[in-house]
Design a protein around this ligand. Structure first.
Ligand code: URP
Ligand code: ZN
Ligand code: ZN
Length: 463
């Protein structure tokens, strides 16, 4: 069994900080302590660096067939980019097509990922067709296939959207077997009406994307899904929450003693809707759903984190290159929705979050690794640094300054949402299950190194 000793680092978890050495045997952490005098095949000096738990991005879309094209990162390129940026595990969405079984969808996503992903991966199942037949698959998916979370779309009618009756049925079945429903909360009918109105008026540029999906669309759907979950006593996780209005619906729900898990994404914390004014179709880079909101929404989201309402920061990594975005050059509603981010999340949350005093170092670890591991049934194997856990460790240099750019990133996308941003703090070395996967920007593992992670059962009480 190979051994690795990381010396002189500062181990940071969601709750503790200590100067310590970490000794790894095989794929797991064997010993944590001061001045360990253990022989190892390899010794790494981490002086001046933090040792962070490998990041978990709970919301990605690799090779997603969407809006007439495919998201441009494969499981190989996307998970490798994640490793460069300190994310060792992704939870991607296997998306059922209407008329298809959920099992067939999951099998199709395994085909894309197995033997190809470089980083570790798990799946949520996005349900687009819930009926008496697909209902029967829920138990097996949870108990045998390790898929314990099921996403519902309240928007994208005709392709992905479920109606409320289907969502209620799914929630009941999922709860019965120890899983949880997650939701993309936007009122699909309202969105479609606003898109049609804008198109009819000849409003066709990317700047009309956010105007067709205003905060009220998200707030209404958020309130509705909260009510549905509350009525049935169902656990609920809301993906990519973006705005103050939606957050206030959650605040209201907490007053009736309802628990809901909330995720936001880095771009909603750091960008504002002025991006849609960028000239020459550059606004299309930011076309995602829900859209980028106002500065006041950003502030509300940071406050939602400080109030422990928002527990997870993900990316919704769903990149499309500019030639794909140009499919909507004459009509914003045809611009593929999504943007890259899996590589940037950890460094941005440290630089913009910790160093700007918006969150503590421990909160940073919690939002990016520990909370997603706990909420989605990967803890304690993933999400912390402790004896017996997978040795997924990021050696993070908190002083190193660098500039984000599509010219240097590893995501398969020809633009960056953060082009030219100067950040402080860099993932120097990423270790996945005891193996140095990326060191100083150099990949040392390749195609197929990633493992599929079967997840445990879930529920509000498991966290
Ligand atoms: O615009 C987005 N978010 N694209 C990916 C699909 C989704 O809605 O999560
Ligand atoms: Zn979504
Ligand atoms: Zn998504």
């Amino acid at each position: 069994m190979s051994t690795l000793l990381i010396k002189n680092g500062t181990v940071v978890t969601a709750s503790d900080i200590q100067e310590a050495d970490v000794y790894i045997e095989g794929e797991q952490i064997h010993t944590i302590g001061k001045n360990l005098q253990l022989k190892a095949d390899r010794v790494i000096d981490a002086d001046g660096c933090y040792l962070l738990p490998g990041g978990i991005d709970a919301h990605t879309h690799m090779e997603l067939p969407f809006m007439g094209t495919f998201s441009s990162d494969t499981f190989e390129s996307g998970t490798l980019a994640g490793l460069h940026g300190g994310t060792t595990t992704i939870i991607d969405f296997a998306i059922q097509s209407q008329g298809q079984s959920m099992t067939a969808a999951l099998n199709a996503w395994h085909e894309k990922a197995d033997g190809k992903a470089v980083g570790d991966y798990a799946f949520h199942l996005a349900v687009t067709d819930f009926n008496e037949s697909t209902k029967k698959e829920v138990q097996t998916l949870i108990e045998e296939r390790g898929v314990s979370s099921f996403k519902t779309f309240m928007a994208y009618k005709g392709a992905l959207m479920l109606d409320d009756r289907q969502i209620i049925g799914l929630m009941k079945e999922v709860k019965k077997h120890g899983g949880m429903v997650t939701t993309h909360a936007e009122n699909g009918d309202l969105v479609d009406t606003l898109i049609a109105e804008n198109r009819a008026q000849g409003n066709l540029g990317p700047e009309y994307h956010p105007l067709s999906r205003p905060p009220i669309c998200e707030a209404e759907a958020t309130g509705r899904i909260l009510d549905i979950a509350y009525q049935g006593g169902h656990p609920l996780y809301i993906v990519h929450l973006t705005c103050e209005d939606a957050l206030n619906r959650v605040r209201q729900a907490t007053m009736r003693n309802q628990k809901v898990f909330l995720e936001t994404c880095v771009q909603y914390l750091l960008l504002d809707d002025s991006v849609y004014k960028e000239k020459d179709f550059a606004g299309s880079k930011y076309v995602m759903s829900p859209p980028i909101r106002k500065k006041t929404d950003q502030e509300a989201l940071w406050m939602g984190i400080q109030q422990n309402l928002i527990e997870v920061v993900a990316t919704d990594h769903c990149p499309f290159c500019m030639d794909q975005k140009r499919m909507g050059e004459k009509d914003f509603s045809k611009i593929p929705n999504g943007a890259p981010g899996v590589e940037n999340r950890m460094e941005l949350m440290f630089s913009e979050g910790v160093l700007k005093n918006r969150i503590s170092l421990h909160k940073f670890v919690d939002l990016t690794a520990t909370a997603p591991a706990k909420i989605f049934g990967l803890f304690p194997r993933k999400g912390t640094i402790a004896v017996g856990t997978d040795a997924d460790i990021v050696i993070f240099d908190p002083k190193k300054q660098h500039t984000l750019s599509a010219k240097t990133h590893h995501m398969n996308c020809d633009y960056s949402l953060y082009e030219g941003w100067k950040v402080q703090g860099k993932c120097r070395t990423t270790i996945l299950r005891g193996t140095v996967a990326v060191d100083e920007g150099k990949a040392l593992v390749g195609k197929g190194f990633g493992k599929y992670l079967k997840r445990n059962k879930l529920g509000a009480a498991h966290v």
